[in-house]
Design a protein around this ligand. Structure first.
Ligand SMILES: Nc1ncnc2c1ncn2[C@@H]1O[C@H](COP(=O)(O)OP(=O)(O)OP(=O)(O)O)[C@@H](O)[C@H]1O
Ligand SMILES: [Mg+2]
Length: 162
């Protein structure tokens, strides 16, 4: 088994199968720090030559591009010629976003040709509070309960606690 728990393996198999079968909605992995969300999301993306984007870094790259190019569009960062286009948006809501950042994320979520696997420490009500209902509504579009992974257990990084 690739993972440290059966529920992670089950979620991995389920998501990989759904994407292989043509599902186009998003996925969410939520929970406290160090529970293996980024690890699990990355393993799923790898099955499809997907990309992992650390959200704070993505936003800072977008800002640089916006200042540099007249024809700037955030969609450029997430488009891909081949399908499926699997993108991990890692650490969504790690910091309080600006209005401009919310708008960029809104525009990439509106781009329907990507499948986003979102990792976050926040719950849906906290996401709505920080980003607004319209972002949350797009993130959750066509998802069902089993597409949300709630990471449990202990912080793996604290194995060496002293
Ligand atoms: N199944 C696994 N096998 C081996 N290492 C793992 C596994 N799952 C997680 N890890 C390791 O445990 C650490 C924490 O995992 P990860 O970074 O995925 O946590 P996270 O839930 O994304 O935390 P945060 O909310 O702080 O971003 C990392 O060093 C990661 O490589
Ligand atoms: Mg993480």
């Amino acid at each position: 088994m690739k993972f440290d728990s059966e529920d992670k393996q089950k979620y991995f198999d389920q998501v990989v199968n759904k994407i292989k079968n043509g599902a186009t909605h998003n996925y969410i992995l939520t929970g406290k720090t160090g529970r293996g969300k980024t690890y699990l999301a990355t393993e799923i993306a790898k099955q499809f030559n997907g990309r992992v984007m650390f959200v704070p870094e993505l936003l800072s790259k977008m800002k640089q591009a916006m200042l540099k190019y007249n024809d700037y569009s955030p969609v450029r960062f997430v488009s891909k010629r081949t399908k499926p286009n699997v993108i991990v948006l890692d650490d969504f809501g790690g910091r309080k976003p600006t209005e401009w950042e919310i708008d960029q994320l809104f525009r990439i979520l509106e781009y329907k040709k990507a499948i986003y696997i979102i990792t976050t420490n926040l719950r849906s009500d906290e996401l709505a509070e920080l980003f607004g209902d319209r972002i949350l509504s797009r993130v959750l579009e066509n998802m069902d309960k089993t597409d949300v992974y709630k990471a449990q257990g202990n912080d793996r990084r604290l194995k060496m606690k002293f």
